[in-house]
Design a protein around this ligand. Structure first.
Ligand SMILES: C[C@H](O)[C@H](O)[C@H]1CNC2=NC(N)=NC(=O)C2=N1
Length: 99
C-alpha cells in the first residue's frame, strides 16, 4: 500500500476517525466550486459503485477513499484516487499543501 501511495501525489494514509483510508484535500475559490468538485466525485463514485467520504466547506473539498467491504485500502481506492485527481485538475482545484 505504501508503495502504491508513492505513485499518487498528495494522497496520505489516515486512520483518524475511519478504517484505513487515503485522503486528499483541495482549495477552490468558494463553496459553490467546492460543491462542484464534490458533485463530480459523486458522479465518479456512482460510475464505479465505490463511494468516498466527502468533506465540503467554503473553498475546500476533501475526499477520503476506503473499501468498506475490505476494511481498508484496496486497488479500487487507488484507482478512484487517480480519477479524482483528474477531475480536480479539470475543475482547476489546487491541492492543499500538507502541513
Ligand atoms: C452493495 C454495494 O456494491 C457495496 O455496498 C459497495 C458500494 N460502495 C462502496 N463504497 C466503498 N467505498 N466501499 C465499499 O465497500 C462499497 N461497497
Amino acid at each position: 500500500m505504501e508503495a502504491s501511495l508513492r505513485n499518487l501525489s498528495g494522497w496520505r494514509a489516515t486512520t483518524a476517525d475511519t478504517a484505513p483510508a487515503i485522503e486528499k484535500g483541495w482549495r477552490l475559490p468558494g463553496l459553490r466550486q467546492a460543491m462542484a468538485l464534490a458533485q463530480a466525485v459523486a458522479a465518479l463514485a456512482e460510475s464505479l459503485n465505490h463511494h468516498p467520504d466527502l468533506f465540503v466547506g467554503h473553498g475546500r473539498c476533501r475526499v477520503r477513499w476506503t473499501t468498506h467491504d475490505a476494511g481498508g485500502v484496496t486497488a479500487l481506492d487507488l484507482d478512484a484516487a487517480r480519477q479524482t485527481d483528474a477531475l480536480a485538475a479539470r475543475l482547476g482545484a489546487a491541492p492543499e499543501t500538507t502541513a
